[in-house]
Design a protein around this ligand. Structure first.
Ligand SMILES: NC(=O)c1ccc[n+]([C@@H]2O[C@H](COP(=O)([O-])OP(=O)(O)OC[C@H]3O[C@@H](n4cnc5c(N)ncnc54)[C@H](O)[C@@H]3O)[C@@H](O)[C@H]2O)c1
Length: 331
């Protein structure tokens, strides 16, 4: 019998699993959130009771549930390879957080396992679905700025938010577990975004960073990292990542300059303007909840790909290409 709903379980109930994917899958009409999985029993129980669903502490037991068609892997990065490969080998479709694996060669192995099992494996390259970035892609493809020739991207995360989410002793700062500091992890999203918007590969990247303990925050160490890139269409760009700022100064800002002198300027997740010689055209998106950064949209796309047998818009190959550029930070 052909199913018209995909049974989903979310594994890993930290910030990204609990706050974004659980509520998104709960609302997607052709998905049914069946279960959550976490090794912390109180947490798993609490989230399961919030949504009136099952919970598992044992991942393998969840994989044996035939009602679960797809697994969403939102555990710390060090667990992705084993969890994803087991799920794929059990013929479950998989949506996985980034970095997909600690070593890109493992991601290549996952492609093979997914192909053998004839299931979909999709990385969470969310920025392709963020409302104002998706609009930027549409406008670039309509040649409103002519040919894109350069870009400026700036992602400023408030120090206090980062310290709460990923304290100094968290896996995210332990490179044996994460393969890189938070700037490495988070930059994969924007590097993928740039490749996608410019429809080009990043062929050169020069990174510079400093990691500075802040006395005002018990010497919590923050990153200030910048990369200058060249793309295969000869465009160049600067991307700046920092977590050394006040809460009210947090922002994401992307400017793309075209060869007809127009510029696209996207701020946060919900606003974009097109400025040319005569006009300024503005778009503001009033999405709420998990639609704000595109989590609902990318999760829906994953479900549509399963039900309609479509190739995902964001592939494992895309995740690998962005990760290879991000890894140069560590060099
Ligand atoms: N938090 C973000 O803003 C963000 C952004 C981009 C990517 N990511 C990626 O999302 C993933 C998760 O990040 P996070 O910040 O939510 O982590 P987190 O540390 O906040 O939460 C991870 C959760 O996974 C659970 N867990 C650990 N091992 C498990 C196992 N074997 N089985 C089941 N559950 C297990 C933990 O108990 C915890 O609840 C990482 O790969 C990260 O790189 C996170």
């Amino acid at each position: 019998m052909i199913k018209n709903k995909v049974g989903v379980a979310v594994a890993g109930l930290g910030f990204i699993g609990r706050q974004t994917h659980v509520p998104a899958f709960k609302k997607i009409p052709n998905a049914e959130l069946i279960a959550v999985i976490d090794i912390i029993e109180d947490l798993a129980k609490e989230v399961a009771s919030e949504h009136n669903i099952k919970y598992y502490l044992d991942y393998k037991e969840a994989l044996r549930n035939p009602d679960i068609d797809a697994i969403v892997v939102t555990t710390p990065t060090q667990f992705h390879f084993n969890m994803v490969s087991e799920a794929l080998a059990n013929s479950k479709h998989v949506f996985c957080e980034i970095p997909l694996t600690q070593d890109v060669n493992e991601s290549k192995q996952l492609i093979e396992i997914a192909n053998e099992s004839k299931v979909i494996l999709m990385p969470d390259l969310t920025f392709r679905f963020t409302p104002n970035y998706a609009k930027a892609k549409e406008l670039i493809d309509e040649f409103v700025i002519g040919k894109p020739i350069s870009l400026n991207f700036c992602e400023l995360i408030p120090t206090k938010d980062l310290a709460t989410q990923w304290p100094s002793n968290s896996w995210a700062w332990n490179t044996k577990k994460s393969s890189g500091y938070p700037d490495f992890t988070l930059s994969i999203l924007s590097l993928d975004l740039v490749r996608w918007l410019f429809d080009s590969e990043i062929i050169d990247a020069k990174w510079m960073s400093n990691y500075v303990p802040l006395p005002v925050l018990n010497n919590y160490t923050v990153y200030n990292t910048a990369v200058i890139i060249r793309l295969s269409n000869n465009a160049i760009g600067i991307l700046h990542y920092s977590a050394s700022i006040l809460t009210q100064e947090g922002t994401a800002r992307l400017e793309i300059f075209g060869n007809n002198t127009s510029v696209l300027r996207a701020t946060w997740n919900n606003h974009i303007s097109l400025v040319d010689e005569k006009f300024r055209t503005e778009w503001t998106f009033k999405m709420r909840g998990t639609k704000v950064w595109g989590h609902y949209q990318i999760d829906s796309h994953f479900i549509d790909c399963i039900l309609q047998g479509k190739k995902p818009l964001a592939t494992v190959e895309d995740a690998i290409k962005a990760q290879i550029i991000a890894e140069k930070i560590n060099q």
